[in-house]
Design a protein around this ligand. Structure first.
Ligand code: PMV
Length: 348
């Protein structure tokens, strides 16, 4: 079930005035969550995390060098980017320019198909696609591990979208000679699970608190944070064993407890961060009912009210039907394991 990792075959172009590259990346959903940084500038997490890259909601990003231009031009689907989103992309380009030793500004256009800011990890696919496209346009010949480190600087979870299928993001250690080098994602071996993730979008609006701010507040003020971080280490070890033996029930149980624990840490923050809405809880009830009816289905939620339900691919339509009935106002999507971030061939 492992997707190929086309980044291993990335063809980078020569740096220079014609540097142009387009990349596509998919969101990933963490089964063992990343929640809390130990270094904000380098985006180093406090714990390891593990995710599944999806085959839906791709982000496509084109980067073209613009020698002589005074500013970067950043658009989302042709519309100029504003505020924080624009600032983060330009800061990322600065990092790439510094590494490439090239001063050129760039024209960046991104097509996002995931509802932005709804806890569906558009920043993961966004910065993974930008890392692959920008590093190719600026002529950096990066291997997948280096691309994962680079994508991490844009958004932590993006480090995992460089890879297809299941991926682990190593937190690294402060004792590493260079902490930046120790924190990257890599594929995780798994047996033949044939999983699906049923994504219930109960609210596609922007989130009230950014994940960056919510993480900071949780780490600084939640009395539950330390114990969740410690139990997350155990969850990760259990998860890797469950994946190897292709035990979907165990994978789901571990993912669900890890996610609920993460939300518990936020609820205990001061002031509390609450992403879960009444519609979230209604969907969670429907997942419990599915299990009572003998359908293995397990829920996970990120920095938003939407619910992703892990199940067997053969049960995905039944699960989608139950979830749709529980949250009739929302939309439901069935996802499977997707590919890692990769370059698209440019039309000549
Ligand atoms: O990459 P960020 O900063 O958007 O953080 C995402 C954190 C979660 O989605 C909530 C969990 C995860 O591991 O993806």
């Amino acid at each position: 079930m492992h997707a190929e990792h086309p980044t291993t075959a990335v063809r980078t172009r020569e740096p220079g005035t014609e540097g142009c590259a387009t990349a596509v990346a998919h969101p990933n959903i963490a089964l063992i969550k990343y929640w809390g940084k130990r270094d904000e500038r380098l985006v180093l997490p406090r714990t390891d995390s593990l995710s599944l890259t999806l085959d839906v909601f791709p982000t496509t990003t084109r980067v073209r060098l613009a020698p002589g231009a005074l500013h970067d031009e950043v658009t989302f689907g042709g519309v100029p980017a504003q505020g924080e989103a624009r600032r983060r992309i330009i800061a990322f380009l600065e990092l790439v320019r510094e590494r490439a030793g090239l001063p050129h500004r760039a024209v960046v256009d991104t097509e996002n198909t995931v509802p932005t800011g709804a806890g569906l990890a558009s920043s993961a696919s966004g910065f993974a696609a930008l890392a692959v496209a920008a590093s190719a346009a600026y002529g950096l010949g990066l291997d997948p591990t280096a691309l994962s480190r680079l994508a991490r600087r844009g958004s932590g979870s993006a480090s995992r979208s460089i890879f297809g299928g299941f991926a682990i993001w190593h937190a690294g250690r402060d004792s590493d000679p260079d902490p930046d080098l120790g924190s990257y994602a890599q594929p995780v071996p798994a047996g033949d699970l044939d999983p699906a993730l049923v994504v219930a979008v109960v609210d596609a609006g922007p989130k009230s608190v950014s994940s960056r701010e919510a993480m900071r507040r949780t780490v600084d003020t939640s009395p539950l944070y330390r114990s969740w971080a410690a139990s997350s280490e155990d969850d990760l070890a259990d998860m890797q064993r469950a994946l190897l033996r292709a035990d979907l029930d165990a994978v789901g149980e571990i993912a669900e407890r890890n996610a609920l624990g993460m939300h518990a840490t936020m609820l205990a923050a001061r002031p509390a961060v609450r992403y879960l809405s009444p519609a979230t809880l209604t969907v969670l009830d429907s997942v419990l009912q599915l299990r009572r009816d003998g359908v293995p289905a397990y829920a996970t939620m990120d920095a938003g009210p939407n619910v992703k339900v892990l199940c067997r691919r053969t049960d995905a339509h039944q699960v989608a039907g139950a979830v749709r009935a529980a949250a009739p106002g929302g939309s439901v999507h069935i996802a499977g394991p997707g590919q890692g971030a990769h370059l698209l061939d440019e039309a000549p």
